[in-house]
Design a protein around this ligand. Structure first.
Ligand code: BGC
Length: 242
């Protein structure tokens, strides 16, 4: 079955048709800049533009950078505050004329990676992190997703949230070398490892493509791997969960 998956990010909204049996993209990805300010109606119009681009009328699955409960947006750290308490499933479905189902972006990306990545039958505790404007998290135990974990918002002992200390946005803003940023990110991983003892950590988001530039700074016990699906995991997971 071919389903439209959409990944809503702080800087871009990306969609592609996905074969839900194989987890592969069918054709090219289509990307539109995230409207600024990223208010709910503007986001909905962008989703509609992506659906129109593919001349698509079926179900759509989206990853969204916030806590999502039954399609309702509950937080807004890297998006406009007016998104809070908006029923995204309802609004996006109304504007697009398609049935739209929205989930947390890290949850959908992690879901795709654990299904179609390097460890499809991983039964232990697996932690998936996306590194971008923020740090998103998805925790899996015996293949089951515990949604909306939001580990990027845990405070480090420096009084900063993990995502304010070592997201990709922080790396860019402070013009850090990969070595310097990698050391910071390693501290985040050490902290999360101490609390959750994951047996596998997978890194997604754009930064996963640069894994070899900071891999040597990571000194934790659990194996750490870049996501096999790279930054397409959000689109694929969205389509899977649609
Ligand atoms: C949000 C998360 C999201 C992550 C990655 C964080 O700021 O709170 O919900 O998964 O960014 O986009």
């Amino acid at each position: 079955m071919e389903v439209l998956g959409i990944d809503i990010g702080g800087s871009g909204i990306k969609g592609a048709m996905v074969n839900t049996e194989t987890g592969e993209l069918v054709g090219e990805r289509h990307r539109i800049e995230t409207p600024q300010p990223a208010k709910p109606q503007a986001i909905a119009e962008t989703i509609k533009a992506i659906a129109n681009h593919f001349d698509y009328k079926g179900k759509i699955g989206c990853g969204f950078p916030a806590v999502m409960q039954n399609g309702v947006i509950k937080t807004a750290s890297n998006i406009h505050k007016s998104n809070i308490d908006v029923d995204a499933n309802k609004l996006f479905s109304k504007v697009t004329g398609c049935e739209v189902n929205v989930f947390n972006d890290a949850d959908v990306a992690g879901y795709a990676e654990l299904k179609f990545g390097k460890y499809p039958d991983f039964k232990g505790m697996a932690l998936f992190l996306t590194i971008g404007s923020g740090i998103g998290s998805a925790l899996f135990y015996k293949g089951m997703l515990i949604p909306n974990t939001e580990f990027g918002h845990l405070f480090m002992d420096k009084g900063l949230k993990c995502e304010h200390y070592a997201s990709d946005a922080v790396r860019k803003k402070k013009e850090m070398s990969w070595e310097k940023w990698g050391k910071r990110f390693n501290e985040v991983l050490q902290y999360l490892e101490f609390i959750f003892s994951p047996e596998l950590i997978i890194l997604g988001g754009g930064t996963s493509k640069k894994f070899d530039l900071f891999e040597m700074q990571l000194k934790i016990k659990a194996p750490v791997e870049p996501a096999k699906l790279l930054n397409q995991a959000g689109i694929i997971g969205g389509a899977m969960l649609a």
